[in-house]
Design a protein around this ligand. Structure first.
Ligand code: NCD
Ligand code: ZN
Length: 358
């Protein structure tokens, strides 16, 4: 039986939602991760430092309330979970607000969503170029830009949207702002891997467990599996394998863990018009370990999960550790809100090969 102990990981791309849903999912993250970068796509979106600080407080209070109930014996260790916040880039983003971001210990980045590309993104603006004024200032203030990189031109095939965004928007932008620090979020194609590798050290990428563990056949072949439906879509096997090689390589410094765990209630997923988003937090580490183990590269998991992201965001390395063992196990069927509404994880119906033991 294989096992591994690594520095406790951070999740650099996480949707925690709010209210009842936040309460139902927070433990899945605070149980396995030391820190997380929380996405701002609430409705209405988080657009100011003040809103971000209030949201952060709600997350911390909810985490405490949940832990008091389900893990009172371990509360001190788990309370150390630290959420960092992001602001939703929009055309009203002022210079003063960006200044506040640069001075805030809580807000680590500004997130760009192309309008309508994904859940709660109607607020975004379609043209990346319209933000050049903001990018110029972010570059000066050294504020990190997180990018959902997909073209939203309706004529572009959904499977080609990431590649088109790179060509039409990303490449010209990084050429213009070489000192802007950018995270290409949840990359899904070999085009994105190559783009990130070709750029200077200011351009890095987060990678989800679903894009490493599955290809589009796992989503679509034979039967439709809505709990594996996310934006960007799962791609071909050549893309998955390119991502796996990039993250497991000895020189994997530009790639780090970001689950993009994006919970939705079961009715929003098993629906005639379902939402994009995989609820991955509870089994993300197990899936990452499975991927690294299958490549015989477990020794590089710690860099990807616990070191590369912290380094990019200029934060210290965590002190705590976490253990994983290779052991066949069956994941929990459903997570529940207090009202009894179900949330289904992305591994639903599958056995897992790895397990976190803490
Ligand atoms: C995310 C969500 O549900 O908030 N969905 C997703 O498919 N990844 C939004 C996002 O990150 O695109
Ligand atoms: Zn996301």
């Amino acid at each position: 039986m294989k096992s591994i102990t690594i520095i406790k990981p951070d999740d650099w791309h996480l949707h925690l939602r709010d209210g009842d849903l936040l309460k139902a999912v927070i433990f899945s993250s605070s149980n396995h991760f030391q820190r997380a970068l929380v996405m701002p796509n609430l409705s209405p979106p988080i657009t100011t430092v003040k809103m971000a600080e209030e949201y952060k407080n709600r997350i911390c209070i909810t985490n405490r309330t949940v832990l008091e109930k389900i893990r009172p014996e371990n509360i001190d260790a788990l309370l150390s979970f630290k959420p960092y916040m992001t602001l939703y880039l929009n055309s009203e983003m002022s210079s003063q607000e960006l200044k506040r971001v640069s001075e805030s210990p809580d807000v680590l980045a500004v997130k760009f969503y192309p309008a309508g590309a994904t859940t709660n993104s109607t607020f975004g603006v379609s043209e990346f170029e319209s933000y050049y004024r903001v990018f110029e200032q972010m570059e000066k203030l050294d504020i990190v830009l997180c990018v959902h990189g997909e073209s939203i031109n309706p004529e572009v095939d959904v499977f080609d949207r990431e590649a088109r965004f790179i060509e039409e928007s990303f490449e010209p932008m990084t050429r213009r702002f070489p000192n802007l620090r950018v995270v290409f979020e949840h990359i899904s194609t070999s085009d994105a891997v190559n783009f990130v590798k070709d750029q200077n050290e200011n351009v890095v990428a987060s990678v989800t467990p679903q894009h490493l563990a599955y290809n589009r056949n796992n989503l679509l072949a034979g039967k439709l599996r809505p709990h594996k439906y996310c934006a960007p879509l799962l791609k071909k096997e050549v893309d998955r394998s390119s991502l796996v090689h990039a993250v497991t390589a000895d020189s994997n410094e530009k790639f780090f863990l970001g689950t993009d765990s994006a919970p939705h209630l079961i009715g929003e997923k098993e629906s005639s018009c379902g939402c994009a988003g995989c609820f991955s937090a509870p089994y993300a580490l197990a899936k990452y370990a499975e991927v690294f183990s299958a490549e015989s590269k477990l020794e590089n998991l710690e860099k990807f999960a616990s070191l590369n992201g912290a380094k990019f965001y200029g934060l210290p390395v965590n002190k705590e550790k976490i253990n994983l063992v290779q052991k066949n196990n069956i994941p929990t069927d459903f997570f529940m809100t207090e009202k009894g509404e179900k949330i289904v994880s992305f591994v639903h119906g599958e056995a897992l090969d790895w397990q976190v033991v803490n």
